[in-house]
Design a binder for this molecule. Structure first.
Ligand code: NAD
Length: 254
């Protein structure tokens, strides 16, 4: 069988990097996309060192032209992508009375416009192949989280976006699902601790206590769920939101 090609956005570090490495280990060729191509080097090198195939691509997911050029590069250098993970994300937390237009626009733009632009640019290749897997990053914050009206709206929006993609593209053999992580140890959550003036180790300890499994998540926990949703055998799972949060209760939200 021809090797499948995956595109993972925001894959220079964190959940995206772990997902790119996991999909490569699963046997896919992986396009590692992030804002700055140079920043993708460590993920690409890790994949190649493990015997996989990868290219690093610099693009802002919120910029249509950059997205279209990036997808054209994936097609030219690896082949048509039929697995897409919309993972790129940013935080601009603030209580509503302090939230600026820019805080709102940046978060909605990277998460929602970004996922829209990349998916629109990639879906034609999936339809042509009559097979595709789209996985979008939502969050436990989709259910509401103090200081995150922008992020919660974007992550709830990702769920509606996902369900609609599932309905529109299902007839072409394409599934679309969302994963909604809880507290995962990454640069994003470390930055949140710093902004809150809380020591990261203390935040992690408190977060772990609030989960059923008594630990916080690692990027590999999310990558494992994405690997399942992207797999050949997951073709009858579509339009779902899987919470990867260590238990049924919400605990510390991200
Ligand atoms: P991270 O900050 O470590 O990594 C995010 C990556 O996205 C970075 O490499 C960044 O450069 C890239 N990025 C940001 N804006 C971009 C843009 N416009 N175009 C291209 N790339 C861009 O974050 P993470 O913790 O790994 O989070 C990954 C995803 O998971 C995000 O969508 C985040 O909202 C979501 N998430 C994370 C957690 C958590 O606890 N860490 C929880 C729930 C959801």
């Amino acid at each position: 069988m021809v090797q499948r090609v995956a595109l993972v956005t925001g894959a220079a570090r964190g959940i995206g990097a772990a997902t790119a490495q996991r999909l490569a280990a699963d046997g896919l060729a992986v396009a590692v996309l992030d804002l700055d191509e140079a920043a993708t080097k460590s993920t690409v090198e890790a994949i190649i060192a493990a015997g996989g195939r990868a290219v690093g691509i610099g693009a802002d997911v919120a910029d249509r032209e950059q997205v279209e050029n990036a997808v054209a590069r994936v097609v030219a250098e690896l082949g048509p992508p039929t697995v897409l993970v919309n993972n790129a994300g940013v935080l601009r937390d603030n209580l509503i009375f302090k939230m600026t237009d820019d805080d709102w626009d940046t978060v909605l733009s990277v998460h929602l416009r970004g996922a829209f632009l990349v998916t629109r640019a990639v879906q034609g290749h999936m339809v042509e192949a009559k097979w595709g897997r789209i996985v979008n990053l939502s969050s436990t914050s989709a259910l509401g989280n103090r200081g995150q009206v922008n992020y919660a709206a974007a992550k709830a929006g990702m769920q509606g976006f996902t369900k609609t993609l599932a309905i529109e593209l299902g007839r072409y053999g394409v599934t679309a699902n969302a994963v909604a992580p809880g507290f995962i140890e990454t640069a994003m959550t470390a930055a949140t601790a710093a902004r809150m003036g809380i020591d990261f180790e203390t935040l992690k300890k408190g977060g772990a206590e609030q989960t059923a499994v008594k630990r916080i998540g690692q990027p590999e926990d999310v990558a494992h769920t994405i690997s399942f949703l992207a797999s050949e055998g997951a073709g009858f799972v579509s339009g779902q939101v899987i919470y990867v949060s260590g238990g049924p209760q919400l605990g510390v939200l991200f």
